[in-house]
Design a protein around this ligand. Structure first.
Ligand SMILES: [Zn+2]
Ligand SMILES: [Zn+2]
Length: 139
């Protein structure tokens, strides 16, 4: 697969990264943790192999925020940057909107639709999961 190298970073610019989008999956997460973490109705994450991402300036801070996962964020401005499952270290989910150029990235699934804001509609053509993608509970 041909490389698709993109740069990105936090709001204040202290934390920067470069990654390869050649093999990625992007989805919206409507879980309560993502709502709390972002202050928004949902977060959009792009899932890649961890080895495809390199931090190029300051390293993000890291905090375990649930039994399942830790999150990384800029220690200066607080921008949420990464969700990482504790039992799946080889993969990493980057906050898609922190890419400098997120063009061409399509959302293909939505997670934790059980806590989606009632006024928001499912995105047409995407796989809908009531909980996480590892649960078989598609709508
Ligand atoms: Zn920052
Ligand atoms: Zn979530």
């Amino acid at each position: 697969m041909s490389k698709d190298i993109r740069d990105g970073g936090c709001l204040c610019g202290a934390v920067r990264f470069t990654l390869d989008l050649a093999d990625h999956h992007t989805g919206n997460c409507h879980c309560r943790d993502c709502q709390k973490n972002s202050g928004a109705p949902f977060m959009t994450f792009t899932d890649i192999l961890a080895e495809q991402l390199t931090w190029t300036k300051e390293l993000p801070k890291c905090l375990q925020t649930s039994k399942l996962a830790e999150r990384m964020f800029c220690g200066k401005c607080g921008t949420p940057l990464v969700w990482q499952g504790l039992d799946e270290r080889e993969r990493i989910s980057i906050s898609t909107s922190t890419l400098d150029d997120p063009s061409g990235i399509d959302v293909t699934y939505e997670l934790y639709t059980q806590s989606r804001w009632p006024m928001l509609q499912p995105i047409q053509g995407t796989t809908q999961y009531l909980k996480g993608s590892s649960d078989a509970s598609t709508e």
